[in-house]
Design a protein around this ligand. Structure first.
Ligand SMILES: Nc1ncnc2c1ncn2[C@@H]1O[C@H](COP(=O)(O)OP(=O)(O)O)[C@@H](O)[C@H]1O
Ligand SMILES: [Mg+2]
Length: 369
């Protein structure tokens, strides 16, 4: 059992500079896989290192199972951390690398043998136990680094971008291995990444950070479907949600937006009635832009100039410009969509799935799907 509670955690490295972590509050349930997601420099590593006890805390608390551990040294927190650089001992065999932490903690020899054999079995390292790290592939080395954390049987696992040094194919398979490991061990894990695919596929919940602050916390699909603000809306999704400046008109009970030269009417439930003239942001995901109107009343036709066509086989990404709008709109269309650059034609916005954000970027209305 390990519940991690982060309460108003703040880190200021240099006085006079903005905090690296700013009032971060987050409850991580027992057995949860919490992902801290955000762009480089948003404070993920700093937050994780304060949880681990590797970084001093400016203010706020970290608690494990209800006990504040701010003053508890890292080695006594019963936490194991896996870093991006695996930092194995080059002169030691895989077996000795795995056993090292246990020997230092004076665990009995027979128990060390048992745990190392068990972990080697779980991670498929049994046949490499006598090798040195230089004779392993990058993926195998990362598994040894994982193994070093697992043998300790800690209360909490912390991961800081552990897959960043692996090539694309290995990242996918190791991602699956870490998820399987989480299910198997049922341990509490906190995983830092800037990669939205890792976050979406591995996390039971994700905590999106921006500029040291928590932007939104929730299960991956909830956050994807109901982004709380424009930062989250544009960070999750590839291509990202198109966000366009809009002004509310006096038509349709405050639910008609002027976006460039187009008027876009939103169905009730998508946003509250807006005061005519209010400046908002209209958001539409690429998958909610279509080449024809489905039997769906919320499909709004817009005139578009096709700026770029990216045929990817399974799908075609079309990038278009709406009249009077500088920013480009992304559409995710079927692989057989036939579009030509420079062409002018209608696209259809599924406004039942659109998002509206206020002048400060906060989501308005249900934003539900
Ligand atoms: N030891 C340090 N001293 C001063 N500033 C730091 C230190 N570590 C990180 N920072 C700053 O704190 C901010 C957050 O960094 P970090 O937590 O490493 O972000 P992330 O892991 O999300 O990329 C950045 O602006 C970074 O430059
Ligand atoms: Mg980092």
């Amino acid at each position: 059992m390990a519940v991690v509670t982060i309460d108003k955690l703040t880190k200021v490295y240099d006085r006079g500079h903005a905090p690296a972590a700013d009032n971060v509050s987050l409850d991580i349930a027992d057995g949860e896989f919490m992902v801290l997601l955000g762009p480089s420099g948003c404070g993920k590593t700093t937050t994780l290192r304060m949880v681990a006890g590797l970084e001093s805390i400016t203010s706020g608390t970290v608690s494990i199972d209800g006990r504040v551990v701010n003053q508890v040294p890292a080695k006594d927190r019963d936490i194991a951390m896996v870093f991006q650089s695996y930092a194995l001992y080059p002169h030691m065999s895989v077996k000795d690398n795995l056993a090292f932490g246990l020997k230092r903690r004076s665990v009995e020899r027979a128990e060390i043998e048992r745990r190392v054999a068990n972990v080697a079995g779980i991670l498929g390292l049994a046949e490499f136990l006598s090798r040195k790290p230089h004779a392993l592939s990058g993926g195998q080395r990362q598994r040894v680094a994982l193994g070093r954390a697992i043998v300790r049987d800690p209360k909490v696992f912390l991961f800081d971008e552990p897959l960043s040094n692996l090539d694309a194919a290995l990242r996918v398979s190791t991602r699956g291995e870490i998820s399987a490991l989480h299910r198997r061990l049922g341990a509490t894990m906190i995983y830092v990444t800037h990669d939205q695919v890792e976050a979406m596929t591995m996390g039971t919940r994700i905590c999106i950070m921006n500029g040291g602050r928590v932007a939104q916390v929730g299960p991956p699909l909830d956050v994807y479907r109901r982004p709380a603000n424009t930062f989250v809306a544009s960070f999750l999704g590839n291509p990202p949600m198109t966000l366009l400046a809009a002004v509310a008109t006096d038509r349709s009970g405050g639910r008609c937006l002027k976006v460039g030269d187009s008027e876009i009417e939103l169905p009730p439930g998508r946003c509250p009635p807006l005061r005519p003239g209010s400046q908002v942001t209209f958001g539409i995901r690429p998958e909610h832009v279509a080449q024809s109107a489905a039997a769906n009343g919320a499909m709004i036709p817009v005139e578009a100039e096709i700026v770029r066509v990216e045929p990817l086989g399974a799908e075609t990404i079309v990038i278009a410009r709406l009249p009077g709008v500088e920013k480009l709109v992304f559409a995710r269309l079927p692989g057989d969509a036939a579009f030509a650059m420079g062409e002018r034609r209608q696209l259809f916005l599924d406004c039942g799935m659109a998002h509206v954000f206020d002048g400060d970027g906060g989501a308005l209305g249900a934003g539900d799907t």
